[in-house]
Design a protein around this ligand. Structure first.
Ligand SMILES: Nc1ncnc2c1ncn2[C@@H]1O[C@H](COP(=O)(O)OP(=O)(O)OP(=O)(O)O)[C@@H](O)[C@H]1O
Length: 607
């Protein structure tokens, strides 16, 4: 009996019902706040709700997308001013109309600042968003007849619902409902294919492009979405006291929101809310020390960052890993699920003509010709520095050719962006494997399917059947590739914890899970055990059998000579030989240039 209880205790993991129940309980307590708490407490809760919404927006951008942006307080202010102006001028006090107007203005401001800010550099967004906050008083002062100028906009009537102006308690309840609706949206968003791909964005933009996703577009989508909760907060705050002043949207608020995210825990769903609650409560309790507010928030920010780098909620989740929400639907046991197809939907040949690439005075590629056929493994070998990686980079768009063309089937690839090339059916691995933090092996492989998914944002957050079917298909494909490479047993371990050789296998699995028409592998066997190398050879043969065009750059001659159908040999950027493995292995030019200058004994060289 006690053994049974022990098992139950050690394996219990909170399912969706337990998580949902906890969230519903928190919602109920917050919603019935006016019945449960004093008026002053409800006001504190209202302010925490509003600041929590802004902090949730900041966390989506800073925590989940990994981009520091300070503009959310401006979006919050812009929505508040628009709400105030529309209400004062009598255009509308209707809740839904004001929410629509507030969101539209905030998203427009995010679009106008996000496009240049995200296009330029990492710091450009910080600067443009910082500039926005700085701009607020000047903007307000430009139209004093509408905004009330620096004195503030006063006499704003209450928001109405069904024609009835909302009492303070009801306004608070509406804010709580909006907060929970946003939380449900954000939870569905971050625990989905979007969350997995954001982990890659935070980690390495090159990897993101390699799976066909444009970092710029992904960041812009996040920035626009992150403006929405800030706008909800702005609409709610505008009519609470019937007053809007630019001072409420200055640097004190920026620091408060930033501190709330850091203290509560970046990249946690509920952390920013907890941080906002603590800081707003502390602020209300120390009103007499108002002059020191900024100093206080700053101190909180520094202390939290040093003592609790993962924040309160982040630290708690670290200690209770079973509460970590999984990203992926289970694919089922191997015996139960149908074998996933790994080959491409449309096989295509690779043709490289006259490829030339120069780095300063160094001619890395000098007019190279190469073809790789579907259903075959083509190897590209050559001594160090002969131009093999440059060739793979040129095909996959990570390097731009000076001259020449690269076609896959009938599609010209040269000159296109790497993410677009990946979407055209080119999967690749890199010499140095790089795996994102925070994802399991299975999840890290499944990011391969992001660019090709058909379920959009709405299907994803509403968990519609189309999304469910796609997630199952992704999970099945990931599981199949992992089994092929002998990683099935570690599928649920953290990808970052794998040893180097297995990280390389993971990267191969991810590229294969894209079902690319052309698979480019850059020294995939380096660091693998003989057993793992054999499995890799087996997988490559299976892929070729299913119609994939495999281009393999490799120094491991067992893998090359044992599996390749055709071998191309590069030396100093020029193709010096090509043909079946046994012909290339006996080519005297290859033996002297590549395989070992003075010896011509083939057996010795191959050994
Ligand atoms: N980004 C770059 N900037 C300058 N030179 C480069 C760059 N990338 C490659 N090169 C040079 O181009 C030549 C070809 O390099 P490349 O990495 O393609 O060779 P490789 O055959 O892949 O070598 P290895 O087997 O060591 O990986 C080398 O002389 C290298 O120094």
């Amino acid at each position: 009996m006690s053994a049974l209880r022990m098992t139950a205790r050690t394996t219990w993991r909170p399912g969706p019902a337990a998580r949902g129940g906890l969230l519903a309980a928190c919602f109920a307590v917050a919603f019935f706040g006016p019945e449960l708490f004093s008026e002053a407490t409800v006001r504190t809760l209202m302010m925490a709700t509003v600041m929590g919404l802004v902090a949730l927006g900041l966390n989506l951008m800073m925590g989940y997308a990994g981009q520091l942006a300070l503009g959310h307080v401006f979006f919050y202010g812009a929505a508040a001013y628009v709400t105030g102006i529309l209400a004062v001028e009598g255009t509308s006090t209707n809740l839904f109309a004001l929410l629509a107007a507030g969101i539209a203005v905030a998203v427009l401001a995010a679009l106008v600042t996000g496009i240049p800010g995200l296009r330029l550099s990492r710091w450009a967004l910080v600067i443009t968003s910082f500039f926005l906050v700085e701009l607020m008083p000047s903007l307000v002062d430009l139209w004093p007849e509408k905004t009330g100028g620096l004195a503030g906009l006063v006499g704003i009537p209450r928001i109405s619902l069904g024609g009835t102006p909302l009492e303070t308690a009801d306004l608070y309840r509406v804010a709580v409902v909006l907060l929970f609706l946003w939380l449900l949206f954000q939870r569905a968003f971050v625990y989905s294919a979007y969350g997995r791909i954001l982990a890659v964005l935070r980690h390495d933009e090159v990897q993101l492009q390699a799976v066909g996703v444009s970092p710029y577009r992904l960041k812009l989508v996040c920035y626009l979405l992150s403006a929405v909760p800030a706008a909800l907060a702005g609409v709610m705050i505008a009519t609470l006291d019937g007053l809007v002043t630019y001072e409420a949207f200055g640097f004190d608020t920026v620091i408060l929101v930033l501190a709330a995210v850091i203290l509560g825990g970046q990249r946690t769903l509920y952390g920013p809310l907890l941080g906002a609650l603590i800081l707003v409560y502390a602020q209300q309790e120390t009103l007499s020390l108002q002059n020191y507010t900024l100093l206080g928030y700053g101190a909180f920010l520094v202390l939290a960052a040093i003592l609790l780098p993962r924040g309160l909620v982040g630290t708690a989740i670290e200690r209770l890993p079973r509460w970590r929400t999984p990203y992926l639907i289970d694919a089922g046991e191997r015996g139960e699920r149908a074998a996933a197809a790994l080959g491409p939907e449309q096989p295509a040949a690779l043709t490289v003509c006259g490829a030339a690439k120069r780095f300063g005075g160094n001619q890395a590629l000098g007019g190279v010709e190469l073809t790789a056929e579907p259903g075959a493994i083509t190897a590209l070998i050559g001594p160090n520095g002969s131009g093999k990686t440059t060739m793979l980079n040129s095909v996959s768009g990570f390097a731009r050719l000076d001259e020449g063309s690269v076609t896959l089937g009938t599609t010209e690839l040269a000159g296109s962006a790497s993410a677009k090339i990946a979407r055209s059916g080119v999967g690749r691995t890199f010499q140095t494997p790089s795996v994102p933090a925070g994802l399991t092996v299975r999840e890290a492989v499944s990011v391969a399917a992001f660019a090709g998914r058909r379920a959009g944002l709405i299907s994803t957050v509403l968990r519609l059947p189309r999304w469910r079917a796609e997630e199952r298909a992704i999970a099945a494909r990931a599981a199949d590739v992992l089994d092929e490479l002998g990683l099935g047993a570690v599928a649920d371990e953290q990808a970052l914890d794998l040893p180097l050789g297995r990280k390389r296998l993971l990267e191969i699995a991810r590229a294969v899970a894209m079902r690319p028409a052309l698979l480019l592998l850059d020294e995939p066997a380096s660091g693998l055990s003989p057993d793992e190398t054999e499995r890799l050879g087996h997988l490559l043969r299976r892929l070729a059998g299913e119609g994939t065009t495999v281009l393999l750059v490799e120094h491991n001659m067992d893998l090359v000579l044992g599996n390749a159908d055709t071998v191309f040999v590069l030396a100093s950027g020029r193709m010096i030989a090509s043909g079946p493995p046994e012909q290339v292995a006996n080519d005297p030019g290859v033996l002297s240039v590549y395989l070992g200058a003075e010896t011509t004994d083939e057996d010795e060289v191959i050994a």
